[in-house]
Write a protein that binds this ligand. Structure first.
Ligand code: SP5
Ligand code: ZN
Length: 342
């Protein structure tokens, strides 16, 4: 399996995030991608390629120009204000407030975000832009005939919506790749989001559409981030009604429960008649993940890859979360090897 990767992810390195009332070092850190890359090499998964540059056009299919312009320019504005440290939002247009776009940097930052979990640093735009190009490059490999490809994206993307950053995400790499398949002539794309957290950004992007089926297995939002989306009764709307499948699971779920949910999701994808699958591959479902509550073990990721392979469809794997850094490479590459060896 080909892997696509850019060193530019190192340009994004947030300092800290809020957890349980404390500022702690960011869980989403460069070593994550380094460990996955090292494991791809160690297991000789296949060739590793740098990304091509497809420009802004495919990003604009998912994100608005105003959002991209804001994101690209935010760090320079922060420097012009003599800002110290990472750029982090602190006020959001929550219920009872208006959805006006203020003129100030922090007003606009609140407008374009949904939490304080997506710090902007000097290189965040470049890192996120390159991650999207990594996803597009892997997508192009599949469009060109490869049966599978791995986009080793960092920062991740599935929490990012059309005009929102949050949850360590800025540009929705999986959504950008899914849209590229459609723009190149495919008519039915399925997204399988196996990250521990609900992919609220991806869901919102495709919620009213039937050309992308969104399926997600995740920690029940009644008790887990992102809290405000990911419930089982969110089925899609308009022509997208019936094309959104959420499978929220209780804290403590292991492979028995998780694997059954994967079976449900895969049967839905097969019934849909998907031509291609985009897997939002988070491995924060691991038993030792520091911020998550599922109990998958490393061999379970081989089974995950095997079941996905049984769909028999061209499959693009896009890296999302996973914060047990020592094991992230083993677990992510196990999915790819389970797929490849099936
Ligand atoms: C891409 C991705 O996996 N993003 C996840 C963002 C999660 N951000 C919120 C983390 C909150 C962790 N709280 C853990 C509480 C343990 N006491
Ligand atoms: Zn996650």
């Amino acid at each position: 399996m080909l892997t696509y990767y850019s060193d530019d992810h190192h340009l994004h390195h947030g300092s800290c995030e809020l957890m349980d009332g404390q500022l702690v070092p960011c869980f989403e850190k460069p070593q994550r991608a380094e460990h996955v890359l090292a494991r791809v090499k160690e297991r000789q998964l296949g060739a590793i390629h740098g990304p091509s540059d497809f420009g802004r056009a495919p990003l604009l299919r998912i994100h608005s120009a105003a959002y991209l312009d804001f994101f690209e320019g935010a760090w320079a504005r922060w420097q012009a204000e003599q800002g110290q440290g990472d750029l982090l939002p602190y006020t959001w247009p929550a219920r009872t407030l208006s959805e006006r776009l203020p003129s100030s940097l922090h007003g606009q930052l609140g407008y374009y975000s949904f939490d304080a979990g997506a710090p902007i640093t000097a290189g965040t735009w470049q890192a996120a832009y390159s991650a999207a190009q990594v996803a597009l490059s892997a997508q192009a490999a599949i469009a060109g005939g490869a049966h599978s490809a791995f986009a080793l994206c960092r920062p991740p993307g599935h929490h990012a919506a059309g005009e929102l950053m949050g949850g360590y995400c800025y540009l929705n790499n999986a959504a950008i790749a899914a849209q590229a398949f459609l723009d190149q002539g495919r008519t039915k794309v399925a997204i399988l989001d196996v990250d521990y957290h609900h992919g609220n950004g991806t869901q919102s992007i495709f919620y009213a559409r039937n050309d992308v089926l969104f399926t997600s297995i995740h920690g029940d939002p009644v008790a887990e981030f992102p809290f405000f989306l990911g419930y089982a009764d969110e089925l899609g709307e308009g022509s997208g009604a019936g094309y959104n499948l959420n499978l929220p699971l209780a804290a403590g779920s292991g492979w028995d429960v998780w694997g059954a949910a994967l079976e449900t999701a895969c049967q839905r994808i097969a019934a849909y008649g998907a031509e291609v699958i985009v897997v939002s591959l988070g491995v924060d479902t691991f038993k030792n993940d520091p911020i998550s509550q599922f109990k998958l073990d490393s061999p379970d990721y081989l089974r995950m890859g095997q079941r996905i392979a049984a769909l028999g469809l061209p499959t693009l794997f896009v890296m999302e979360g996973g914060y047990a850094v020592a094991e992230i490479g083993i677990n992510a590459v196990n999915v790819l090897e389970g797929f490849q060896n099936a």
